[in-house]
Design a binder for this molecule. Structure first.
Ligand SMILES: Cc1cc2nc3c(=O)[nH]c(=O)nc-3n(C[C@H](O)[C@H](O)[C@H](O)COP(=O)(O)OP(=O)(O)OC[C@H]3O[C@@H](n4cnc5c(N)ncnc54)[C@H](O)[C@@H]3O)c2cc1C
Length: 291
């Protein structure tokens, strides 16, 4: 397992933004992950964990410490009946394809959401009124010292784009789902339907990080942002998408500070016009992550 020095985080986030990480590594197994955690703890290195970086803003100054990327490794999939055990690094797209082929249904609503199984569990990713947490039975985690434990559903605190896993205490290594049996053809049909709806509404051409703000109760953040006149507003190369006002796109050389400035403008516009405070869904890789 390699530990890279000064690795640009730009290469590892869907936003294509971010300075260098002092140390950067992609573990292939739980044992390698454990060794990295022991290395960071032993050297008192600040620690940040990421999946595919599709909901993440890395800062322009990068990260002074160790960034562990759980994507491109830790991607084993084991299926026993309707119980599915997936490594945190498994891409959601591969999971869905495999489930459809095996006639296991439930997760089709995730079609088109990029990212990993681990990142999706932490974020309780969802779409079309459904959330991943509902299908999770338990999660294998490591703490910052590399100690392994299993958290049951009741301990995970799933809510709207929320879970107890966001408190930074744990690193997700493996997720166990409980699904139902279905007909592969029907599952594939539903998958395609969800994908088509997504393609029609989201700006998939430019680098972005998905929805920037959570939907306030009973409202859509995108609609509020549109009403507040945010579409097309730009700071540097960061621009509010003309297709979906809750997306920021990177027109080329956007920096994290442009995105943060634009987010503040968007929040202020909505506060002024609609008297609602938007809460970010996007996660920022701050220096204190997991330290
Ligand atoms: C075009 C586009 C569309 C999107 N649409 C949706 C959507 O419809 N619904 C939705 O919910 N999301 C959506 N997203 C956001 C994103 O894809 C999901 O939140 C995804 O689940 C994040 O997974 P990731 O692996 O990229 O996580 P990352 O972005 O890498 O990380 C997200 C957070 O989880 C933490 N994390 C990641 N992996 C681990 C781990 N193994 N252990 C501990 N912490 C971890 C990180 O520290 C970070 O705080 C979209 C994004 C894009 C770019």
């Amino acid at each position: 397992m390699k530990i890279l020095r000064n690795e640009s985080l730009k290469k590892h986030t869907s936003f294509r933004i971010g300075g260098p990480a002092d140390y950067f590594s992609v573990p292939g197994t739980i044992e390698e992950l454990r060794r990295l955690l022991v290395f960071a703890a032993g050297n008192r290195l600040p620690l940040a964990v990421m999946g595919a970086g599709t909901n993440l803003l890395a800062l322009d100054k990068g990260f002074h410490g160790l960034v562990i990327k759980l994507a491109g490794g830790l991607d084993r999939l084991t299926v026993r009946g309707s119980v599915v055990q997936a490594g945190a690094g498994l891409p959601l797209s591969k999971l869905l394809k495999s489930l459809a082929g095996r006639g296991l249904t439930g997760l089709e609503f995730l079609a088109g959401i990029p990212g990993t199984v681990g990142g999706a569990a932490v974020m309780n990713a969802g779409a079309w009124g459904k959330e991943l947490g509902r299908y999770i039975d338990r999660i294998k985690v490591l703490d910052r010292h590399g100690e392994l434990s299993v958290l049951k559903k009741g301990q995970l605190g799933f809510g709207y784009r929320k879970s107890n896993l966001q408190n930074g205490r744990y690193i997700v290594a493996e997720v166990v789902f409980r699904l139902r049996r279905g007909r592969p053809r029907r599952i594939k049909g539903r998958f395609k339907g969800f994908l088509a709806r997504r393609k029609a509404s989201q700006p998939l051409g430019c680098p972005n990080a998905g929805s920037i703000f959570k939907n306030p109760k009973g409202k859509f953040a995108g609609r509020l942002l549109e009403e507040a006149g945010c579409k097309g507003v730009r700071v540097g190369d960061a621009q509010v998408s003309a297709k979906h006002a809750n997306f920021i796109v990177n027109l080329g050389e956007a920096r994290a500070r442009d995105v943060i400035k634009l987010m503040t403008r968007m929040q202020n516009s909505v506060k002024k016009r609609c008297k609602v405070r938007l809460e970010p869904e996007l996660k920022i890789m701050v220096q204190s992550s997991l330290t």
